[in-house]
Design a protein around this ligand. Structure first.
Ligand code: PXP
Length: 240
């Protein structure tokens, strides 16, 4: 499984003081040096963390891959077509949420998502849809031309009992298999951390993980380089 680091929280901390530091661009370079496979940022409509300046600079300096999370709205699609990230992940976006709360309902928003995918494809940008691990969502994602799906792992991550956790893991396993059979790339993320990754890493059919909060939180105490290396070694199966 490849590991892409979401650096939104570095920008959140910077913006808390309206200052220049910590700079998410510096974070991206340190993370690359520590071995991540890519950098993820979410350019929200309200610009609460990542700003346009961050995105343009990241596009220039990072050497791995840039995954841009965004809502399927005109202004941001225009920016994405200019910046040309290596992947766009379309997510639902609500103004009041603290973080993305669930996957897209692809069935309900088929037309809007299909035309967004077409615009991004015309600019040469592959597209992933952030969805729940449900067959109908996967089928519909494939039908409207998505290249990847990103499976929402939040329910798995927040499971209160072991039984619930294994049930959720099973749903994700089945969904990932199904998506692969349709020829989709399969990413996963939300709420993955240094504990639950030990179960999650056993799944087949997941190409790439998108992890943010747990790694940036750990970096506050042990430094970003250490936090990234620790996560990479767990994803690669280190036992402890
Ligand atoms: N994937 C998506 C689509 C997200 O919106 C987020 C949160 O920004 C993540 C992955 C990473 O989640 P977390 O910060 O909980 O690791």
């Amino acid at each position: 499984m490849r590991f892409c680091l979401n650096i939104d929280h570095v920008a959140t901390l910077r913006n808390a003081r309206g200052a220049a530091e910590p700079d998410p661009v510096t974070a991206a370079l340190i993370a690359e040096h520590a071995g991540v496979d890519g950098i993820v940022v979410h350019l929200r409509e309200d610009r609460r963390h990542i700003k346009d300046r961050d995105l343009y600079l990241l596009r220039e300096v990072i050497k791995t891959k840039l995954d841009l999370e965004m809502a399927a709205v005109n202004d941001i699609i225009e920016i994405a077509c200019k910046v040309k990230p290596d992947l766009v992940t379309l997510v639902p976006e609500k103004r009041m949420e603290l973080t993305t709360e669930s996957g897209l309902n692809v069935l309900d928003e088929m037309d809007k998502l299909k035309s967004s995918i077409e615009r991004l494809h015309n600019a040469g940008v592959p597209v992933s849809l952030f969805i729940e691990p449900e067959e109908a969502q996967i089928d519909c994602s494939s039908e409207i031309g998505a290249d990847f799906i990103e499976i929402h792992t939040g329910v798995f991550a927040e499971s209160k009992t072991e039984e619930e956790q294994f049930d959720e893991l099973d749903k994700i396993r089945i969904a990932a298999r199904h998506a692969k059979k349709l020829g989709l790339g399969v990413n996963a993320g939300h709420g993955l951390d240094y504990q639950n990754i030990k179960l999650f890493r056993e799944l087949q059919d997941i190409d790439e993980l998108s992890i943010g909060h747990a790694v940036i939180a750990r970096a506050v105490f042990s430094g970003l380089d250490n936090a990234v290396r620790e996560m990479i070694s767990l994803i690669n199966g280190r036992k402890d």
